[in-house]
Design a protein around this ligand. Structure first.
Ligand code: C2E
Ligand code: CA
Ligand code: CA
Length: 286
């Protein structure tokens, strides 16, 4: 009873709307699922069950490919598990550190091959979980891996969520400066969802702002009075590039183009693809 009570209590953490939780079937299933994932994750990494897919980012003006984002999937017993089912858990148990480094290395391997095959390789972004920020020198491992594949760090973009920069116990500004000093470019991911202040934004050494897809979902396409518009104005003022995420329809494309956004990432152009398919895609669309 005590251990079940502890588990129920853990469910209330970080929730502001309620301060109690009653142990129930839903929680029991969730915990069983989490235990299964935790007991199989290390083996899964060794057995190469994690696959990296690539989703293109398209230049708004030319409609040609301008970059890509690497997104991980877990192929477990013939089924594909989406990242929202395991990333939050891996962030809790820190396994995300291993997984992110694995994804980064897989991307470096692919880029090294593409560079030999093609004159042009799209700039690829890799997600870096905020969990890494707990170790001030984490970026050294990334530099080592890039070096191992003879890649310049300038050829790689790291996506860091806005929420990573608001934790007061971590000197995220120093970490970001260090990442930039090592040569990587930095995209601020899920912008608009993490409550960073405008003054912080001004001092942050970032190259790109990725506007979260909730804003395109909520936008009134017939009005200039929307948040995307204001984020665009701030970005232009700061001299950073913008990517709008989650663009699915022609109407949304026209809207985003009118606002002067630089890049578009969304199902309208393409979902994330297996690397062979992506290679074919970019060799045709450049
Ligand atoms: P994210 O970084 O915001 O990635 C974009 C997500 O939006 C991807 O979902 C992508 O498939 C989805 N998306 C792209 N275009 C559209 C669209 O037009 N409509 C809609 N509805 N969705 C679209 P995905 O691949 O399921 O990834 C979910 C999240 O998991 C990512 O969100 C990222 O936070 C995390 N993630 C994925 N791979 C990694 C990884 O290697 N490391 C870490 N730390 N996190 C990862
Ligand atoms: Ca991302
Ligand atoms: Ca995002």
């Amino acid at each position: 009873m005590l251990s079940k009570a502890y588990m129920a209590r853990a469910e209330t953490k970080g929730k502001y709307s309620t301060n109690y939780y009653i142990y129930d079937k839903v929680l029991e299933e969730k915990i069983t699922q989490e235990q299964q994932i935790e007991s199989s994750m290390e083996m899964a990494l060794k057995n190469k069950e994690f696959k990296v897919l690539y989703q293109p980012k398209i230049d708004t003006k030319t409609e040609k490919i301008a970059g890509a984002e690497a997104l991980v999937r877990w192929n477990k017993d013939g089924k594909t598990i989406p990242p929202n089912k395991f990333i939050p858990l891996f962030e809790k148990n820190k396994f995300i550190i291993n997984l992110d480094l694995y994804v980064f290395e897989e991307v470096c391997k692919d880029i090294a091959i593409w560079k030999q095959r093609y004159k042009y390789v799209p700039m690829t972004s890799i997600n870096v979980s905020k969990t890494h920020f707990e170790n001030e020198n984490f970026i050294d491992r990334y530099v080592q891996i890039a070096n191992k594949y003879n890649l310049n760090t300038e050829e790689l973009d790291l996506e860091i969520t806005e929420s990573a920069t608001v934790d007061e116990s971590i000197d995220s500004l120093k970490i970001l400066k260090d990442i930039k000093a090592k040569g990587f470019t930095v995209s601020m991911d899920d912008f608009g969802t993490g409550y960073s202040s405008l003054s912080m934004l001004q001092s942050m050494p970032i190259d790109t702002i990725k506007i979260d897809k909730v804003f395109i979902e909520k936008a009134d396409l017939n009005s200039d009075q929307n948040i995307i518009n204001y984020i665009m104005l701030i970005s232009k003022h700061l001299g950073v590039k913008t990517v709008v995420e989650g663009v699915e329809t022609k109407e949304e494309i026209d809207f985003v183009r009118k606002l002067g956004c630089d890049l578009i990432q969304g199902y309208y152009y393409s979902k994330a693809m297996e690397k062979e398919e992506f290679e074919e895609y970019f060799s045709k669309n450049m």
